[in-house]
Ligand binder design. Sequence first.
Ligand code: VG1
Ligand code: CO
Length: 543
Amino acid sequence: MDIKAIQTKPYLDQNMGTSGLRRKVSVFRQPNYLENFIQAIFDSLEGFEGKTLVIGGDGRFFGAEAAQTIIKIAVANRFGRIIIGQNGLLSTPATSYVIRKYHAFGGLILSASHNPGGPDGDFGIKYDNAAGGAAPPVLTDKFVARSKTIDRYWIANMPDIDLSAIRSLEVDGTTIDVIDPVSDYVSYMQEIFDFKAIRRLFSSGFRMTYDAMNAVTGPYACRIFEDLLGAPKGTVIHEKPLPDFGGLHPEPNLTYAKHLVDLMYGEHVPDFAAASDGDGDRYMILGRHFFVNPCDSLAILAEYIDTLPFYHGRMYGIARSMPTAPSVDLVAENKGYHCYQTPTGWKFFGSLLEADKITLCGEESFGAGSSHLNEKDGLWAVLFWLNILANTGKTPEELCRDLWRRYGRIYAICHNYMGLESEKAAQMMSKLTEKVPHLTGQIIADMPVREAFVFNYTDPVTDEVAQNQGICIYFDQYTRIVIRLSGTDSSGATLRIYMNKLVLDAKQFDVVPAEIMADLIQAARLLTDIKEYATNENPTFVT
Ligand code: VG1
Ligand code: CO
């Protein structure tokens, strides 16, 4: 075979944040930028010769081009088999499942997930290990270190592979399988959930709108909801994956999925609505005139997971990321599950899942998942909700109100300030970090601080340490502010200020979050001195 070693020079900005390397498409298009990083990943892994590599992707701009390059580099590095979805599509959870099902060595996911796409948008690369889990920090550190010294990559001189048809071919000792991206994943969902019960729900007149945001979940959702579960045609909207997501920002939340929120707060609304992000690992749930807060959603999944036969005999603990409101902790305590608190990002759940320490995990950003695979899984969460609705006959609002009556309502909001200058944002965080040891006992916005600390984490399975994962300021056990910088920006900085408060008085359950949280919002502004750093004191968006 014709394999070439190409000399190259390292780029020094190839860092992996919360979830993979994310950069503007224009950055990825620089000579050898993509090639360097892929080779840096392969150089950091051992023993993959002859084994299988899965390539997933959310169909975003530059993905098709990148997939061809990656195939050639993988062939040159002597992978034995490459599995890729038709047209390069394979959602993040489906990639994870395919890795596990076909006993692959690992997988690359070509996605910047919830970041916007298109020629001016973002592209990204994530790596999943043989367990189908996001590469742990110890591995991503190796990729990054190697990217800074790389001086050559290997590439096979071969034509582009036609990815439009499902087929299998052989190129110089490597088998390339172009697979249907949907069917394996969908069969697995049928093992986990009671499709008959959900089908009955739809046939009784229950109506749903599922917004695929012109991203990867469209084909999966059409197959699952419309073909298999009997929901009427048109249940899935924005169902066609588009390279620029049709101009939508593929992050399901109150701001970027406003059209869906407006629909659910209008007249003649469906019973239920859901949406997913770019690569299909996040979800959003709405009922009639009702938004389900992601932290409440995780608690409700915890409340009902033992009703699903799939999990019988497999219930271990639960985990949530630290900025996620502790609603799920209350459920865990009640049910006798241990609840772990990890830093933001799915890579911190992997070791706990692999060691059977946890069965369910989730984040405040509407990521949830379970031991069924090692990535967060948006459609799994939506199906889980449908299964609960079918079994209980309750509405999303009733399920949330049940939760609040039982445990109290933990309000959770996040103020996001985008487009800050990176240096200034880092300065703000270091100033705040300096203040932390002196905050306990101080009064901020009329509230005494009970405890303040920087969140450092030691993985209970691997003993790996992750430091500076956010600043926590507690006013009481369930009233707190968490402050951290986003790790998924492709440029500039985003500040996230998460706020939680527990309300036990049922008469207050309908007060809007902004009112309940007014004192915390004020405290957060004082603490961060946000006026100095952001052009506007008001957040760019609130989730
Ligand atoms: C954000 C979310 C985090 C999520 C991550 C990846 O990270 O806050 O909960 O795991 O995105 O999600 P950050 O560092 O920007 O806060 V995805 O679906 O974009 O891979
Ligand atoms: Co995602």
